[in-house]
Design a protein around this ligand. Structure first.
Ligand code: ZN
Length: 129
C-alpha cells in the first residue's frame, strides 16, 4: 500500500489525483488499484477531466442537493461536508493492465474536498490479478 498527501486550498474543491495514482502503479502488471480516502468530510470520485466546468457544475449541483443551511444537528457545523463526502464515497477501484490505469478517455480521479483547506491523505492499494 502507498500513501500520498493532498493539500487542498479551498473549502470545497476537486483535486485531480490521476497522475499521482498512475505513477504509483506504473510498472505493475495486471490487476486493479483501490484508491481510498480515510476522511469523513472528503471523498474520492471519477468524472470528466477534460472540461474544468464539469467540476464547477458538480460543486454547484452538490450545493443544491445539500444546502449548508439545512437543520443539521452535528455540533461541529460541517454536516454539509459529511453529507457530500458520503455522496461521493470513500474509494474507487480502477483496473490496471500492464501497469497502466484503464481510465476512460475523459475520466480523471478526483479527491473531493468539502471542508478544506486541509492536509489530507490518500491510500492506494494494488491488487494483483
Ligand atoms: Zn464534523
Amino acid at each position: 500500500m502507498w500513501t500520498f498527501e493532498v493539500r487542498t486550498r479551498e473549502r470545497v474543491c476537486f483535486v485531480d489525483i490521476s497522475r499521482d495514482v498512475a505513477d504509483l502503479v506504473r510498472g505493475a502488471g495486471d490487476g486493479a488499484v483501490v484508491v481510498f480516502v480515510p476522511h469523513t468530510t472528503a471523498g474520492v470520485t471519477i468524472n470528466e477531466d477534460a472540461d474544468p466546468s464539469v467540476r464547477a457544475d458538480l460543486e454547484m449541483a452538490l450545493d443544491r442537493i445539500v444546502p449548508g443551511d439545512l437543520p443539521f444537528r452535528h455540533a461541529e457545523g460541517n454536516s454539509d461536508a459529511h453529507t457530500k463526502a458520503g455522496l461521493m464515497g470513500s474509494s474507487v477501484t480502477v483496473p490496471v493492465v500492464d501497469g497502466d490505469l484503464q481510465l476512460g478517455t475523459w475520466q480523471g480521479i478526483y479527491f473531493a474536498e468539502f471542508d478544506g483547506p486541509r492536509r489530507r491523505r490518500v491510500l492506494v492499494s494494488y491488487l494483483r490479478a
